[in-house]
Design a protein around this ligand. Sequence first.
Ligand SMILES: [Zn+2]
Length: 166
Amino acid sequence: IATTASGTHLSINEALKMASGTRPVLAVLDDNGIPLYLGYGERIATPGQRLALIARDKGCTHPGCDVPATMCAAHHVIDWAKGGPTDLNNLALVCDHHHAMVNDSEHGWKTVMLGKDSPHRGRIGWIAPTSLDPTGTPRVNEKHHLAGQIATEIEISCQQWGARAA
Ligand SMILES: [Zn+2]
C-alpha cells in the first residue's frame, strides 16, 4: 500500500500509474520517521538531500580541502549523464576547484563511495591520477572530521599506554 502526501491510501499499481510522468522521490524512513534514504529522479539535489550532505560531509570531500559546505556543490559520484542517480549514496560535497579536477582523463581524479570493506564506510573517497598515486588508494578528507580523528588518536594512545602499562 502507498500513501500520498495528502494521506490517501492507494495500491502500488495505482501509485505507479499516478507517478508516471512526475518527478519521483523515494524516501525510506526508520521506525521513528527519520529519513534513512532519500532518492530523487532529478539531477539537482533536493534541499533535504543537501542538508543530509552537509551533516555527512561537512565540507569539500577532497583530501586536505578546508572549503566549507556553504561553498560546495553536490557532485554525482557516478556521473548523472552515465546513469548515476541523485541519491545520497551517489552525492558528495565538492568545491568548484576540486569539482573541475574530476574527469575520466589520465590526469583526472575519481570519486567513490566507500563500502563496508573500508574503515571510512559511507564517506567519499578520492582516487588520485596514477601519475600522483600509482596505488589508486581512495583517500578521505579529515579536515572536517577532526573530532572523530582526535577520538581515534586518543583511543590509539590509550591502547598504546595500556600495552605499555601491562
Ligand atoms: Zn575542495
